[in-house]
Unconditional design. Structure first.
Length: 199
């Protein structure tokens, strides 16, 4: 499936890419599609671009198709298992938000209410969202190490009810994760940790 997806992306065949993603999501689910189909192709496309400088258009097409596929795979949760939502956001200035979409999709499939705040969320906006929603959990994504700022964690406002904080993405792998935040290493671990935190 990953090889076929890669060929379709290189051919700029967005219809075939979308069909393959839909088939994989239907048959294998969100986590397997992300880990075994999408990530290997994204990694290969990025490696080709780094080596040759070519293929940016393929990466952009693939990103758009993947985002659309996971949005379509995200059910609308009107009566969730959690009374307080989960906030998903990128760190301030971090624009690589694609991995938040499979996380939102899988959590929604498990009946968890999520608020997706997207890329490059300013610190002030993140703090305002925490104050306004009193979330059960917050997941902060950093693709690049320069955006994995532990100061953002300590600057989040305190709420009357406990908020579980999670950080994910390769940007955090070598950085300092300050308490009370917890690092999640991959999609499956993030889903399980967030689900346990809110139920």
């Amino acid at each position: 499936m990953a090889r076929g997806l890669g060929r379709a992306a290189v051919a700029m065949d967005s219809i075939a890419v979308q069909e393959m993603l839909a088939d994989s999501l239907a048959s294998d689910g969100v986590v397997a599609t992300w880990n075994e189909v999408v990530r290997p192709v994204l990694t290969a496309v990025a490696a080709k671009w780094q080596l040759s400088g070519a293929g940016v258009e393929v990466e952009h097409l693939l990103n758009e198709c993947v985002l659309a596929a996971f949005v379509r795979a995200t059910p609308l949760v009107t009566a969730g298992r959690n009374h307080r939502p989960v906030l998903l956001a990128c760190m301030p200035e971090e624009r690589h938000n694609l991995p938040l979409y499979p996380l939102a999709a899988e959590l929604a499939r498990r009946g968890v209410v999520v608020r997706q705040l997207g890329a490059a969320l300013p610190m002030e906006a993140l703090a305002a969202a925490v104050r306004r929603t009193a979330p059960a959990a917050v997941v902060l994504w950093a693709q690049l190490p320069r955006y994995a700022d532990p100061g953002v964690i300590s600057a989040l406002p305190r709420t009357r009810q406990q908020v579980r904080l999670f950080v994910g993405g390769p940007g955090w792998r070598r950085g300092v994760v300050t308490s009370p935040a917890e690092r999640v290493e991959d999609l499956a671990a993030a889903v399980d940790a967030v689900e346990a935190a809110v139920t």
